[in-house]
Unconditional design. Structure first.
Lengths: 187, 256
C-alpha cells in the first residue's frame, strides 16, 4: 500500500515530462513560444537566457540517444564511463549549438506546421522559420521510446541538413586518424 | 551563407571511378544495415564509415581555408559596413529585385523537371512582382500566397539521375560538386545579369556583369549577419563539415 502511495505521484511526474503522440504538435508550439519569449526578453543576459531555456529543451531532447547515434559503430566499443563522459560533453555541445542557432533567428517568426508519421515509431514535426530573405524548414524528428508512450527528439534537420548525421560523419572521419580521447578533448 | 554546377559521358566516367568508394549522396542515404540488434537507427543514418570519393580533397581543403579568410577578413566586414549605411528595407528590396531577375533560371528548370504547376507559379510571380512589385523590389506575389519555386540546373541534372560526381570547392562561392558546378555555369549563361547574347540580358560587358554579381552577393550577405561563423561552430573539421552539409542539402533540394 505504501509503495503505491509513493509510486503514484512519481508516475504522474514522469507523465509531466512525457510527450504523447497526440500532444507533439501542441507541446512543441508551446515550447517554441516559451523559448521565443525568453529569447526576446531584453532584460536577460545571454547566460540567463541559456539557463532559462534549458529545462524546456532538456525534457524532449534525448541526448543519450543522440550521443549513441552520432558515434555509430564506435559506441559499443566504449566502456560505460567513456559513454557517459562522451554523452555529457556532446550534450553541452548540442545545447550550445542549438542555443546559438536560436539566437541568430530570435526575431524571426516560427510557424509549426504538421506532424508527419513516417513510420510506426517515427514522427517528423515540420516547422518553418521565416527569415529575412527566405523561409527555412526545421524538422524535429521524434522516436517512440520502447515500451512507453513517450516520444523524444533524436535529430533536428535544418534546411535538409541533419544535425546528428553531420556529427556522425564528422566523428567517424575524426576517429579514423585520431583517438577517442582526442575527440573528447575537442568537444 | 548560401551558395549555391560533356556531361553524360563525363558522368559515366566519374561514376565508373567512383564504383569502389561510395559517392557522398550514396553514403548519406545508404540503407546498409548495421549489424547490431539494438541499433534501431542504423538504417536511418547509414554507414558513417563509408569513404567519400573526393579526388580533389587537397585542393578543396586549401580553397576552403582561403575562402574562410576572405569571408572573415574581407567579405563579412565589408557587408557589415554596407549594412550600416544601407537600411534593411532597402537591402531587402534589392534582394527581391535580384531574386526576381533570376526568374528565367527557375522557370526553365521547373519546366525541364515537368513541374508545370510550379512553372506557372513562377511565371505569375514574375509578372506580378515586375509590375505591381515595381521591377521586383516588392515581393507582392509572396504576400498573395504564391511562394518561389526554387530550382536550378544542378537540381535538374540531379532529377535526371546525374550523381554529384565529386566535391569541388569554388573560389568565393564555397562548396559545390561536379554536377552543381556545371549546373551553375548553365544557370549563369541564361541569367539576365550575365553579359551574353540573349536579348533580355542586361549588362553589355563583363565588368558590368561582374559588378552586378558582386552587388548581389554583397547585398545577400548583409542580410545574413553572423550566419557563416555560427554555422562553422558546429564543425570539428571545417572542410568535411561543409562538404557533407552541402551534399545533404542538395539531396533534399533535388528530391523536392
Amino acid at each position: 500500500m505504501l509503495k503505491k502511495i509513493i509510486l503514484l505521484p512519481l508516475l504522474s511526474l514522469t507523465f509531466l515530462f512525457a510527450i504523447n503522440e497526440a500532444n507533439i504538435k501542441s507541446e512543441m508550439e508551446h515550447k517554441i513560444q516559451t523559448i521565443t519569449e525568453i529569447l526576446q526578453n531584453k532584460s536577460l543576459t545571454l547566460e540567463d537566457k541559456k539557463v532559462q531555456i534549458a529545462p524546456t529543451v532538456d525534457t524532449i531532447f534525448d541526448y543519450k540517444t543522440m550521443s549513441k547515434i552520432s558515434l555509430g559503430k564506435r559506441w559499443k566499443t566504449l566502456t560505460s564511463s567513456e559513454q557517459e563522459t562522451f554523452s555529457q560533453k556532446f550534450e553541452t555541445k548540442l545545447k550550445n549549438s542549438y542555443f546559438e542557432k536560436l539566437e541568430l533567428y530570435t526575431d524571426q517568426k516560427v510557424i509549426v506546421n504538421e506532424s508527419e508519421k513516417v513510420k510506426a515509431t517515427r514522427i517528423y514535426l515540420h516547422s518553418d522559420i521565416v527569415g529575412v530573405e527566405e523561409t527555412y524548414e526545421v524538422i524535429y524528428k521524434f522516436y517512440n521510446v520502447k515500451n512507453s508512450n513517450d516520444w523524444r527528439i533524436y535529430d533536428v534537420e535544418i534546411t535538409g541538413v541533419s544535425i546528428i548525421q553531420t556529427y556522425r560523419k564528422q566523428f567517424a572521419e575524426f576517429l579514423q586518424t585520431k583517438s577517442f580521447d582526442e575527440l573528447l578533448a575537442s568537444l | 551563407m548560401r551558395h549555391i554546377t560533356l556531361i553524360f559521358i563525363l558522368f559515366f566516367l566519374i561514376n565508373g571511378c567512383a564504383s569502389k568508394k561510395t559517392t557522398l549522396s550514396q553514403a548519406s542515404k545508404s540503407n546498409t544495415v548495421i549489424t547490431s540488434e539494438d541499433d534501431e537507427f542504423g538504417d536511418e543514418f547509414g554507414d558513417e564509415t563509408a569513404e567519400v570519393f573526393d579526388p580533389l580533397e587537397g585542393y578543396n581543403r586549401v580553397m576552403t581555408n582561403i575562402n574562410d579568410k576572405v569571408y572573415i577578413y574581407a567579405f563579412n566586414p565589408l557587408s557589415e559596413g554596407y549594412a550600416f549605411i544601407v537600411p534593411q528595407p532597402a537591402r531587402k528590396g534589392i534582394s527581391n529585385a535580384f531574386h526576381n531577375l533570376k526568374f528565367p533560371i527557375r522557370f526553365v528548370n521547373n519546366l525541364l523537371q515537368f513541374k508545370i504547376d510550379s512553372s506557372i507559379k513562377e511565371l505569375g510571380r514574375f509578372m506580378i512582382n515586375s509590375t505591381v512589385g515595381i521591377a521586383g523590389l516588392f515581393d507582392v506575389a509572396k504576400a498573395g500566397g504564391i511562394e518561389p519555386q526554387e530550382e536550378d540546373f544542378g537540381q535538374t541534372l540531379g532529377y535526371y539521375g546525374v550523381g554529384s560526381g565529386f566535391p569541388i570547392v569554388l573560389p568565393f562561392l564555397g562548396p559545390s560538386n561536379l554536377r552543381d558546378t556545371i549546373g551553375f555555369a548553365a544557370d549563369v549563361a541564361i541569367a539576365p545579369t550575365t553579359n551574353a547574347s540573349l536579348k533580355y540580358q542586361i549588362p553589355d560587358n563583363t565588368e558590368k556583369s561582374l559588378g552586378l554579381s558582386s552587388a548581389y552577393y554583397l547585398n545577400k550577405n548583409s542580410l545574413h549577419p553572423g550566419k557563416y561563423e555560427n554555422l562553422k561552430k558546429d564543425a570539428i573539421d571545417v572542410y568535411t563539415f561543409f562538404r557533407d552539409s552541402y551534399e545533404q542539402k542538395r539531396l533534399k533540394e533535388i528530391e523536392e
